[in-house]
Ligand binder design. Sequence first.
Ligand code: TEU
Length: 567
Amino acid sequence: DSSEDWWRTAVVYQVYPRSFADSDGDGIGDLRGLIGRLDHLALLGVDVVWLSPVYRSPQDDNGYDISDYQDIDPTFGTLDDVDDLVAALHERGMRLMMDLVVNHTSDEHAWFVESRSSTDNPKRDWYWWRPPRDGMAGGTPGAEPNNWESAFSGSVWEYDEASGEYFLHVFSRKQPDLNWENPEVREAVYSMMRWWLDRGVDGFRMDVINLISKDPALPDGIVHSGTFGDSSPYLINGPRIHEFLAELNREVLRGRERKVLTVGEMPGTTVEQARLFTDPDRHELDMVFTFEHVGVDHAQTKWDLVPLQLTALKTVLGRWQAGLADVGWNSLYWNNHDQPRAVSRFGDDGPWRVRSAKLLGTVLHLHRGTPYVYQGEELGMTNHPFGGIDELRDIESLNHYAQAVGLGADPEHVMTSLRSRGRDNARTPVQWDDSAHAGFTTGEPWLPVNPNHDEVNAAAVIADEHSVFHHYRRLIELRHTVPAVAHGDFTMLLPDDEVVYAFTRSLDDVELLVVANFSGDPVQVERDAALDLDWADAEVLLDNVEPGAGAFTGRLEPWQALVLRRT
Ligand code: TEU
């Protein structure tokens, strides 16, 4: 429906096109492959498709390095295919959210080619150029303009011999950062966004959008360890971030006849900041992706693994629920193309794979906010059993391995981290059936298909009413039919319990209770003031165990999750 708030009961499904479905046998997913699988998404019941980038790109960072925002990379298809996708989604009452990557472009984008061509090119100031530090010889160690580290290892500065200056790239050297201080850059982005909206697109997921405002002085960060400094105070949520987002909202999003759905990917953002970004009265964004909950199981960097502590996860998610209860809106996700598969990370991808995958879906989807389902999550897909570094493709992992081993780290120790947290885990092909290459391609897949596709595949799970797929379908149905799911107040229970995740949702005279056992052993849920005995005769709305619990007795089976309703 066209009402402004349709999106508050919506569920978004993320498609990483490279790995979703291949229609032409080149081993890489594409738009026609996606169009051929829309009935799968319609059966699941999702409302919006977030499509990771399909624009023209050298594919250095799998499309997050864009060389033409208004054309489609031949790997994925054509602009006509996008038009067909928009039409096919709209026919099914679904919407399309495109990925907007405007903190940086590819170094092969025409804007950058011009900018680097000479120090007095009109587009020189569209990017961040700086001379070598203290008049040192360009390209020599220590001559970089500051001590920031790239997300993909090494310095954020790349020396350009021809013009004798360095350019800034927070990510790979093929992803130079755009200079948003320049109004011409901002206008070019806004014009491109309007062009996509005029083509029928319904929203944008905005890649690292809180990095577009930087401290223009680009000062050195404090060195806590090693040789690089902490760039976050100067890079994350910079001085003009709210000004830029308010301008973007005014110039692009406001006043269109149809609501444009926006979510900002915001590494390092706090819930206090998110209240400002998502307060409807401030007209910035509808919601943001936080990284706080996907940081509870690692230390200083994502590669320093620490065991998951459920109370840490509950504390973070509970804080975000409380912080955005009275203003703004949460996004809810376990997975995306940058995170390992949730059932392997937060559940148990061994004997309890199906049940724990269903539990994770229940816990996430019963929170307040907009849930995001990542391709394959609804199938119970797991991390991939990667062997050596030669099997990995992701630039983040390859660069980390080279840097760490180069500094003397034990290769097997580094591989242990990469196997557990590397982004390639999320990027193995979607498993459609038990045929060769899981029905993803008739050719050689760009990344191997998980060998467990013989049992973990769409055909098998759709045929099994007790599967992860049908559990996700029921969760999405609950959000569409039970107002308390989308709009109810959230109250965290048992905050100190390391095994049981419990919370209530309440709206008018309806109260829901969610209780989930994050362990492979049966558990008796402790009664406390909040979790009283009245739930014993409550209606069991959803149970992830078959045959289900007729009523809530306080006992939970291994990895059992219940949704109860009482009025
Ligand atoms: O991710 C930004 C980001 O913060 C992640 O790279 C994160 O730092 C890392 O992956 C955690 O392991 C966005 C895109 O989602 C990612 O795919 C791109 O590589 C990145 O921006 C650059 O565009």
